[in-house]
Write a protein that binds this ligand. Structure first.
Ligand SMILES: [Fe+2]
Ligand SMILES: [Fe+2]
Length: 428
């Protein structure tokens, strides 16, 4: 994170510091042209400030794109909201300092009359506007990122990340995947049925995407010489995800007018595996986040959702998912442990750093942004009876899972040589 902030600070210093220094040096070493009036200097400063503001805005475009990638495509860190917001404040501060420096230089040279210095000059006004703009863009960027994060939804499976992007299949009409028990939806109103169909379809897509996610993990584990038990259990998990996906599609069909099934996922052909350098480290960190944390959280939410569930078919499926997702999380811990035997110190440092960053991750939500309006119209008690909890009940589960993941990692790392980042994790 420090390196990331350092790079951003260097970029900002170049944008604001160099022009400020150049203007300052210009006035220091050369007398002002005789035809330059205070008004002309102020106009000139205004143009400089406008230029600086435009540069700042231009710099924000790649930042917004980075944030978009961070939330939609799964770049987890160091591109957290807080970093981005902090950087915008930093930009705003530098813009003020740059203008203040120029004004100070002019005042020292005795070119600014007392009456002009007592009232805000256009340059200061533009600096203030640029500051507000930078803050507004910062807050807007966070809201923008939050919107896409909210689209993430819950889902019960290991995320499929292809070249840093989280991928899920689109849907088409078809009942080839809808195989499993159906819920008894006879008593439900139309709005509640729509919400339940959308919620189960969202889960079905994610369960389906976890199948290639585990298949690819099998390839990767073979690439780092993992033992047969891990390869076997990863393939078993892929088969369990196929069952989850089929049953989720069937459950969705209980509430909809027609069954849906997944379309092809051509993105899998773009996969570059993402672990060209240090695959052991990459697999360890991804297993910690996607397996230990996210599949562990999925198991928690499923177990909690089962408690109020009254529909028998829904309850059976949710309980099966809770149990098998929990086993997938345990499998991820075994993969992490294996990676630690392969490259103890670098893996320990990378895992420790990743675990410290978990606090900044956004919690998966109970419903995606597309599904949320449908949930709002549905009968809340009926949703609960069919094993669907409101989003606010996920908060405590998430905090508990984050805490448990970090503590378990600390325990796992204890027998290993101490790392640079573990003390920070321990001090939580
Ligand atoms: Fe899973
Ligand atoms: Fe699953």
């Amino acid at each position: 994170m420090l390196i990331f902030l350092g790079v951003l600070a260097a970029g900002a210093a170049l944008v604001f510091g160099v022009p400020a220094y150049t203007i300052s040096s210009y006035f220091k070493h050369r007398p002002l042209p005789p035809d330059w009036s205070i008004e002309k200097i102020q106009r000139s400063l205004g143009r400089w400030t406008l230029g600086l503001t435009l540069l700042a805005v231009t710099m924000l475009i790649p930042l917004v794109l980075l944030l978009f990638r961070a939330n939609v495509f799964g770049w987890r860190w160091p591109f957290s909201f807080l970093n981005i917001l902090a950087f915008h404040y930093f930009l705003a501060l530098l813009s003020i300092l740059a203008i203040a420096k120029v004004r100070q230089r002019i005042r020292v040279l005795g070119q600014l009359s007392p009456s002009a210095s007592s009232s805000p000059s256009p340059a200061v006004i533009v600096a203030a506007v640029s500051t507000v703009l930078a803050w507004a863009l910062g807050i807007g960027t966070v809201a923008f990122g939050g919107f896409f994060t909210a689209m993430a939804g819950m889902g019960w499976g290991r995320p499929l990340r292809i070249n840093g992007k989280t991928v899920r299949p689109k849907l088409k009409r078809g009942d080839d995947w809808a195989q499993g028990e159906r819920a008894n939806a006879a008593s439900l109103d139309a709005d509640t049925k729509k919400a339940l169909e959308a919620l189960w379809l969202h889960d079905a897509k994610k369960e389906h995407a976890s199948v290639p996610a585990f298949s690819r993990l099998g390839w990767q584990l073979a690439g780092i010489g993992a033992p047969p038990e891990l390869l076997r259990d990863v393939h078993l998990a892929a088969i369990q995800e196929i069952t989850h996906a089929r049953k989720c599609f069937a459950m969705a069909a209980s509430f909809g007018e027609a069954a849906l099934s997944p379309e092809p996922i051509p993105e899998v052909f773009d996969d570059r595996c993402g672990y060209k350098d240090r695959p052991v480290i990459g697999i360890a960190v991804d297993s910690l986040i996607d397996g230990c944390l996210l599949e562990g959280f999925n198991a928690d939410t499923a177990a909690e959702s089962a408690l109020p569930c009254k529909d028998r078919a829904s309850l059976r499926l949710i309980k099966q998912i809770a149990s098998e997702e929990s086993s997938h999380a345990e499998l991820a811990w075994r993969i992490v442990a294996f990676c630690l035997t392969q490259e103890p110190r670098p893996a320990a440092e990378a895992l420790s750093k990743a675990a410290s960053g978990i606090d900044a991750l956004d919690r998966p939500t109970a419903a995606s942004s597309q599904v949320r309006p449908l949930v709002a119209k549905a009968d809340a008690q009926a949703l609960r009876d069919f094993g669907r909890l409101p989003d606010e009940e996920f908060d405590a589960l998430w905090r508990r899972r984050v805490d448990a993941t970090q503590r378990r990692l600390v325990d796992l790392l204890k027998p290993l040589p101490s790392t640079r980042t573990t003390p920070a994790l321990l001090s939580r």
